[in-house]
Design a binder for this molecule. Structure first.
Ligand code: SF4
Length: 695
């Protein structure tokens, strides 16, 4: 007899930053249907294609199902299945042996985009193990805006999508495709229905540009200059919130002096926008109260990311949009365990002085190691040797800039363990591969530690394959083998209960509630000031010399360019059907997007002899890849929008899943890094294209 379908509430996860409330139909141990939950706190019934097919991740025949030990050379694809006991002992031995030989900091713990609680359990493991080196991609994703926010106003300003704004600015944020901060897409659409105006800063036409009152298709890599031009208009035309500026900002005169040179007329040819459009847009932002800026990753993916983020926080501040309903706010967290106690930050109090990047003079508040410095340490032993790595939820061979350097570094490690759902090009280089469980297969808490003021319940709905373990369980067991056992739990539920205890809830009670939010409070600075040294928003940073920072947002031009052999500008965009390099193996997604497609303007395509759909070689001074041309006037002439994250699971282990031929990061380099965050240029790279037939 067939079981009846039982409908269970949970939240979508691991397909983007997640957050849509879902109704999941479960029959026996199978997920048979996924729908949007009309009661979903963030989405009110919305669900996208990725969310609807997300259960396909669980059932792919080639999914990793046994722990594997490498038998051939790294990347050769020869493996021997081993038991979990053997796997855990081997991984623990590899990490401990390195610690004994070179010290704990010689072991790196690597994670991709945070997806669930395992991200913080990994930091806990690193801290308990004694290594300060948690390597992650935060240098190109959120750290610049978070750290710039902390320095400028004492918090990370996120959009308050729960109150109506007069204006929302999507600055490099294509939320209907990427849903960047969690399920904000549907909240934004609701605001637009209610009459909120929209401004879009994006070099590429998106689904929403037609609905925007202003669309600024700027040249990639010039965001910081455009923000300074906005400030120039607002300051020189007296459009600031004078009361807020007078009472709550520090360094306004210095900022005014700094932006004097950044007139729209001067910035127009550099940003490739008209001076009139810049001026009108800046005025409109200043006159819309409240206005909120939803900032996307492009502002963080150049060497100028600190200046871009600083300029944008200054913009929010001088127009009185910080910590106001419908503006850019500090999200108030629910009363759960704070990050510090959860990750046991107390055990490594000097971590910020010993992380790899501290020795490169990176900004002290950056608490994850930039991948470029991690690889330098592996390859050169500077500032000290790094000889082993444990990786989860990450695929650095595709995700880090300069994929060849990544390969070289991973091959150079004495020991590498990778936990993942599928055999990826990175996992193919490991000594041990651990089969992970994925969303719907274990109890998890979403959005913890992300600064959005909420956490979401993600209860287990089905059993994983018998030998696939949640990362939380793997880390718990590795922790017991490599660090004092008393800091770990009998089983992974201990993590969940620990986190919820201050809220007076068990995990089951939390699941019944579905989510927790912090209290809705605004204008908190009126009581205690801003959490900065001056108690004000620091338009000019009062402690700039101490932190070796520019006191004011600077306006240097992108370093790349000027070589006539590479006359075009390369940038990239995220595919709406994938998450970074994940899920190319999910048939329901490949049907929607089967091959890497680079967008190019008809005039540029014609000049380069490229026709729509044809294979096209994209070349930079650093490398070449082949992608298919999508000829479209949605993009600017002279700019190539390459696809990112492509490898081909179907090409098999013998080719290491063809990780090179279309991989965007074969085109990037780490030769030039931003001083504050160690970030390479992932945007605004000089390039050229030609038909693949000439290759
Ligand atoms: S928008 Fe994101 S969170 Fe919502 S269903 Fe799609 S993938 Fe899931």
């Amino acid at each position: 007899m067939t079981d009846d379908i039982r409908w269970v509430k949970t939240h979508c996860a691991r397909m983007d930053h997640g957050g849509c409330g879902l109704l999941v139909g479960v029959q026996g141990n199978q997920i048979v249907k996924i729908k949007g939950d009309p009661d979903g706190f963030l989405n009110r019934g919305y669900v996208c294609h990725k969310g609807r097919v997300s259960a396909e991740r669980l059932t792919h025949p080639d999914r990793l199902r046994r722990p594997l030990k490498r038998t051939g050379r790294r990347g050769e694809g020869h493996w021997q299945p081993i038991s979990w006991e053997q796997a855990l002992d081997t991984v623990a031995a590899g990490l401990v042996k390195t610690r004994e030989a070179h010290g704990a900091r010689a072991v790196a713990f690597c994670q991709g985009m945070p997806k669930g609680l395992e991200h913080f359990a990994l930091i806990r493991l690193a801290n308990l193990f004694g290594s300060p080196n948690l390597v992650a991609v935060q240098d190109v994703c959120h750290a610049p805006r978070e750290v710039a926010g902390m320095h400028t106003c004492g918090f990370y300003p996120v959009v308050d999508f729960h109150q109506k704004s007069d204006l929302v600015v999507l600055w490099g944020s294509n939320v209907t495709w990427t849903n960047e901060e969690g399920a904000i897409h549907s909240l934004l659409l609701e605001q637009l229905r209610q009459g909120t105006a929209l401004m879009i800063v994006d070099p590429r036409r998106t689904e929403l540009t037609d609905r925007a009152r202003f669309w600024l298709p700027l040249k990639p890599g010039t965001d910081h200059l455009l923000a300074l031009a906005f400030l120039h208009v607002i300051v020189t035309e007296g459009l600031c919130d004078a009361g807020f500026v007078a009472q709550w900002t520090h360094g306004f005169d210095q900022l005014a002096e700094r932006v004097r040179d950044f007139s729209p007329e001067r910035m127009a040819p550099i940003t490739d926008l008209s001076a009139e459009l810049i001026r009108e847009s800046a005025r409109f932002y200043a006159q819309s109260r409240p206005a909120a800026i939803q900032w996307g990753n492009p502002i963080e993916q150049t060497v100028h990311n600190f200046d871009a983020a600083r300029a944008l926080v200054c913009l929010m501040a001088v127009c009185g949009n910080l910590d106001v309903p419908g503006g850019n706010i500090q999200a108030n967290e629910p009363g759960i365990l704070g990050l510090g106690p959860f990750v046991r930050a107390d055990l490594l109090p000097n971590k910020r002085f010993d992380m790899i990047h501290a020795h490169h003079g990176a900004i002290p508040r950056l608490m994850t190691v930039p991948p470029a410095y991690f690889r330098q340490a592996v390859l050169s032993g500077e500032p000290y040797p790094v000889r082993a790595a444990y990786m989860q939820c990450t695929n650095p061979l595709l995700g880090y800039a300069d994929s060849r350097q990544t390969q070289e570094a991973l091959l150079a490690l004495d020991f590498l363990a990778v936990a993942d759902v599928f055999m990826t090009p990175t996992a193919a280089l490991a000594d041990v591969v651990l089969p992970a469980a994925t969303h719907f297969e274990f109890d998890d808490i979403g959005h913890y530690g992300l600064g959005h003021g909420l956490i979401l319940a993600r209860p287990k709905l089905v059993d994983p394959p018998p030998e696939c373990w949640p990362d939380l369980k793997i880390l718990n067991e590795l922790g017991k083998r490599t660090t004092p056992a008393e800091h770990w739990f009998e089983d992974p539920s201990g993590f969940l209960e620990l986190l919820l205890k201050p809220a007076g809830l068990t995990y089951r009670e939390f699941v019944a509630k579905g989510y927790l939010t912090g209290p809705e409070r605004f204008h908190k600075y009126r009581a205690k000031g801003f959490k900065t040294p001056t108690g004000k928003v620091e338009l000019a940073l009062s402690q700039a010399p101490k932190f070796k920072l520019n006191a004011l947002p600077a306006g240097q031009l992108a370093a790349d360019g000027g070589d006539p052999a590479f006359p075009l500008v390369l940038t990239s965009f995220k595919n709406r059907f994938y998450l970074h390099s994940s899920y190319r193996w999910v048939a329901g997604l490949r049907r929607k997007s089967d091959r890497p497609e680079a967008e190019i303007h008809p005039e540029t395509a014609a000049a380069c002899g490229i026709s729509d759909g044809a294979a096209m070689v994209i070349e930079t001074p650093h490398g070449a890849v082949t992608q298919h041309a999508r000829v479209t006037d949605a993009v600017r002439p002279g700019v190539v929008f390459a696809a990112y994250g492509w490898w081909f699971p179907e090409k098999g282990a013998a080719t290491q899943f063809d990780w090179q031929s279309a991989n965007f990061n074969m085109l990037t380099s780490t030769a030039t890094l931003g001083r504050e965050f160690g970030t390479p240029n992932l945007k605004a790279i000089a390039c050229r294209v030609r038909p693949a037939a000439d290759a």
